[in-house]
Design a protein around this ligand. Structure first.
Ligand code: GUN
Length: 284
C-alpha cells in the first residue's frame, strides 16, 4: 500500500480564501477589519520565522496585525501591562504571544492575563476548560488544524484508536480532548512511556508531536492507518523533517501528512479563523 498524502498547504489555501471573503463582506457591512496583536520576545530564529509567517498570512486575508517585538530582558510585569492594554484596545480582537518565552517569565501566569475572548491561541484555562467540557470556543490552533485535516479526508473516527505522542499544553493535551469529542479512544504517550512501538503499532490514527526526527519508525505504522506528523525540525543541512520515517511509513499507512506542507500551514489558517471568530460581533 502507498498512502495518500494529506495536502495541508492546499487545504489551508482554501480556508484562507474563505476567511478573506468573510472579512471582505464584514467590511462591506461597515465593520472594521479584525485586529491581531502579535507579541514576540527576543530573537529566537524559529520564533521570528513563525511570527513573520503569521503576520504575512494576516495581511493576505485582510486582518490588521499589530506587531510588538520586545527585548529578551523585558520584565514579566511590563509584559502583563502590555497585555492588559491590548485587552482594553477596541481595535484588537486577538492577542498572540509567541512561545517559548525567556526563562525568567512564567508563561502560564502571563497567558492567563490574556482575555479569554481575545485568546486566539486557545491556551487560556477558560478556553481549555470549554474544550474539556465538549463546548469549545477558541480552540488551540494546531490540534484544531489537525481535526480539519482529519475531517477533510472523511475517514470514520468514532471508536477508532488514536495514539498521540507528546503531552504538551500546546498540542498533545488539547489534541486528546479534540479526538475524544470526535469519538475516538485516545491514548497519550509521553517521555515516561515504556515501549513506544507497542502503542504506535495499535494506532488507527497516529499523531506525533515531539520534534525528534526518526522517533517513529516506519515499520511500526499499522496498515491502513492515518498518520499526522506535527514534528517540525530543521536539520543541519537545512532540510525540514518531522518525527516519522516518512518514506517507510508511506508504504503502510492509508493517509499521511508531509513535513513541511502538512500541519504547519493549517496552524496558521486556524489562527486566522480564530481571529475572525473573536472579532465576530454575534459570537457567543
Ligand atoms: N510556539 C510554538 N507553537 C506555537 C503556537 O501555536 N502558538 C504560539 N503562540 N506559540 C507557539
Amino acid at each position: 500500500m502507498t498512502a495518500n498524502t494529506i495536502d495541508g498547504k492546499a487545504l489551508a489555501t482554501i480556508i484562507k480564501k474563505d476567511i478573506s471573503e468573510k472579512i471582505k463582506s464584514r467590511i462591506a457591512q461597515g465593520y472594521r477589519p479584525p485586529g491581531l496583536a502579535v507579541i514576540l520576545i527576543g530573537e529566537d530564529p524559529a520564533s521570528s520565522i513563525y511570527v513573520q509567517n503569521k503576520r504575512q498570512a494576516c495581511e493576505q486575508v485582510g486582518i490588521h496585525s499589530v506587531y510588538h517585538h520586545l527585548p529578551t530582558q523585558i520584565e514579566e510585569n511590563s509584559l502583563i501591562e502590555l497585555i492588559h492594554s491590548l485587552n482594553q484596545d477596541e481595535k484588537i480582537d486577538g492577542i498572540l504571544l509567541q512561545l517559548p518565552l525567556p526563562k525568567h517569565i512564567d508563561a502560564d501566569k502571563v497567558l492567563e492575563h490574556i482575555h479569554p475572548q481575545k485568546d486566539v491561541d486557545g491556551f487560556h484555562p477558560y478556553n481549555l476548560g470549554r474544550l474539556a467540557q465538549r463546548r469549545p470556543l477558541l480552540r488551540p490552533c494546531t490540534p484544531y488544524g489537525v481535526m480539519m485535516l482529519l475531517e477533510h479526508i472523511k475517514q470514520i473516527y468514532k471508536g477508532k484508536h488514536a495514539i498521540i505522542i507528546g503531552a504538551s499544553n500546546i498540542v498533545g493535551r488539547p489534541m486528546a480532548l479534540e479526538l475524544l469529542i470526535a469519538g475516538a479512544t485516545v491514548t497519550v504517550c509521553h517521555r515516561f512511556t515504556h515501549e513506544l512501538s507497542h502503542y504506535v503499532k495499535q494506532a488507527d490514527i497516529l499523531i506525533s508531536a515531539v520534534g525528534k526526527p526518526g522517533l517513529i519508525k516506519g515499520s511500526w505504522i499499522k496498515p491502513g492507518s492515518t498518520v499526522v506528523d506535527v514534528g517540525f525540525v530543521r536539520l543541519l543541512n537545512g532540510t525540514i523533517t518531522g518525527d516519522v520515517e516518512f518514506d517507510i511509513a508511506k508504504e503502510h499507512a492509508a493517509w499521511i501528512t508531509p513535513v513541511p506542507g502538512g500541519v504547519g500551514p493549517m496552524t496558521v489558517a486556524m489562527l486566522l479563523g480564530n481571529t475572525l471568530f473573536a472579532a465576530n460581533p454575534h459570537r457567543e
